[in-house]
Design a binder for this molecule. Structure first.
Ligand code: ZN
Length: 226
């Protein structure tokens, strides 16, 4: 998950300049070089750039240093347009984090503080129950990087499912979000070596995996998919 500090550091590394970043909500001024010195620049940027993918940050760096200024600029504009229109669509997404047994917001907040320095900005919700009688496997959760939403299978909102297992599934999806925003976007959706080694910081990993193996029969056959 990125922050102003991360954006500043990446831009400084890429341009070799000292960068100061000021956030602005001015819709007409998405990105502006406010002050420009020989070795330093002050930028006014819209907050949507904080979580921009690496390619876009690369374009901002090029824009600041004057390399490929025109093509960088047009790609930046394209990113802004798509992101802002997705944000508008987001308002229509109904979130439902409160189950009968588990409150996903509480689990998310706790994990965010404990393992991610509170930096994950994703939203979390139970998915709708969709029945698919042909499906013989189950997906417990997924992370949608475009909407920055974590969806958890509602089948987990059940007294038969232990807290640590639900917590592990939420942690797993948060790790996908974390890796996506730390710039390994292309690889982050899978379970790479790096993902698996990072997953080990969750102390109940083994216990959760064992529980999943021993109890999969609870889910299979119920045909509940998110
Ligand atoms: Zn996964």
């Amino acid at each position: 998950m990125n922050s102003i500090e991360t954006l500043k550091n990446i831009l400084e590394t890429k341009t070799g300049l000292t960068i100061t970043i000021e956030l602005t909500n001015n819709k007409k001024q998405i990105l502006k070089i406010k002050c420009s010195g020989k070795e330093s620049k002050t930028l006014e940027v819209n907050p949507i750039f904080i979580n921009a993918p690496n390619e876009v940050i690369e374009d901002i760096a090029n824009f600041i240093s004057g390399n490929n200024k025109k093509s960088s600029k047009s790609r930046i504009i394209k990113y802004v347009r798509t992101t802002l229109s997705e944000k508008n669509q987001d308002i229509k997404i109904k979130l439902n984090p409160f189950g009968n047994v588990y409150n996903l917001n509480d689990i998310f907040e706790k994990l965010n503080k404990q393992y991610f320095n509170g930096l994950i900005s994703s939203r979390i919700t139970f998915g709708r129950n969709r029945h698919n009688s042909r499906k013989r496997s189950i997906v417990f959760g997924n992370y949608d990087p475009q909407k920055n939403i974590i969806r958890i299978n509602r089948a987990l909102d059940n007294h038969n499912i232990p807290y640590f297992f639900v917590e592990y599934i939420v942690f797993h999806e948060m790790l996908h979000a974390c890796m996506y925003f730390s710039g390994v976007s292309a690889m982050s959706m899978g379970h790479s070596k790096r993902f698996k080694s990072k997953e080990k910081i969750y102390p109940l990993l083994k216990k959760a995996k064992k529980w999943e193996k021993d109890n999969l029969k609870i889910f299979i056959g119920k045909n509940e998919n998110i």
